[in-house]
Design a protein around this ligand. Sequence first.
Ligand code: ADP
Length: 216
Amino acid sequence: MTTDQNLPHAEEKPCYQSVIIVGPPGVGKGTQGKLLAQIPGIFHISSGDMFRQLDENSKLGKIFHQYATRGELVPDSITVKIWQNYVQAKACEKVYNPASDLLVLDGIPRNINQATLIAPYLNLLNVIYMVCEDREVMFQRIRGRAIKENRQDDTDELIVRYRWDVYKRETEPLIDRYPQELIRIVDANTIPADVLHQILGAIVPIQKEHFTAPLM
Ligand code: ADP
């Protein structure tokens, strides 16, 4: 007998199986994100990249530019709306399959309000907390990235330091707000392969538990 009880109703919110990566600017989230994005069954979103893909002459592109060049966060309502549209578009394009892919969020949520706004869309399985006690290591990485990636917000030392303060004030408090059993601390002051190894130590069991991976 056919029944519609398992079909999502139009008004129902999607629920994405998710992992969040939290860490300060320059800690290596971008490097790890690119590596994770290569793994079948993982769909990685970097909010910074999502914003940088906006047409810089569009209204939203201009808003992003205005905030990013000052090292400030884009307002929450705009950020969350762009994120929702982005995920939905990727699901429609079948680049992201919520039924088989773990969603890895990097750079969003960036504060408690954003966490509250996106929470209804997520089944949050882990929070990867990338830690590097040495601020100067991170500033050094950002200086290197400024040249390689031509990022304006990375070239001005004062803006870089301001972003660090914003992280401390707005983003780091998230770690105390999530259930502590979800937090996985990753030592980011080591070689990228070791950081990846630690992150996979958290993610692989989740993927195995929540998704039946197709044989490759
Ligand atoms: P980083 O982690 O090195 O600071 P990102 O690429 O994540 O750099 O972000 C660059 C800029 O994009 C931020 O300074 C901010 O202006 C904007 N941004 C990215 N993610 C968010 C977010 N979740 N909320 C608000 N602004 C964001």
